[in-house]
Design a protein. Structure first.
Length: 159
């Protein structure tokens, strides 16, 4: 399971990186074309949608690698058993929270798809971006669940 999540998180990170590259190219191209008074229409919309994919693509990978900021001023002084308990509670609560976020994003994406809602400027369907963000949060939820299971069942860290 861990290998599958590793491949999946790298795939999402790659997709997020591609979205970032497209975002940068679009924004840069728009700035250059503004100089000659012919900017792209709907750049703000597309940059917003791509930005959401950039962030969603990085969520699972960042959690897997523990590349986020951790503030442990207080908890570093706790005994290892207390730290583990707090880790389990933290992983469980955040797993539930982001599972709900992912689920609600799918519900919202379904509403957008079924209603045929279009983006304001370019008039294209944007529910795939909502589904993409939901997938990023679903991966984060899976990674948090695995972290929770590791915190519960790996006893070699307890002293």
């Amino acid at each position: 399971m861990d290998r599958f999540v590793s491949y999946l998180s790298r795939f999402f990170m790659l997709a997020g990186g591609i979205a970032l590259l497209l975002l940068v190219l679009l924004a840069t191209g728009n700035v250059v074309l503004r100089i000659v008074k012919v900017p792209f229409a709907g750049t703000y919309e597309i940059v917003s949608f791509l930005g959401s994919l950039v962030i969603a693509g990085a969520l699972g990978h960042t959690q897997r690698k523990k590349d986020h900021i951790v503030v442990d001023i207080l908890s570093e002084k706790f005994p290892l058993l207390v730290k583990r308990f707090l880790d389990v509670v933290n992983f469980a609560v955040t797993c539930i929270l982001f599972g709900i976020v992912s689920w609600q994003l799918v519900v919202w994406g379904d509403k957008l798809r079924l209603s045929g809602e279009l983006s304001e400027t370019l008039q294209f369907r944007y529910y795939p971006f909502v589904y993409g963000v939901a997938a990023g949060f679903a991966l984060l939820t899976l990674v948090l669940f695995l972290d929770c299971m590791r915190a519960i069942f790996h006893r070699e860290e307890i002293q």
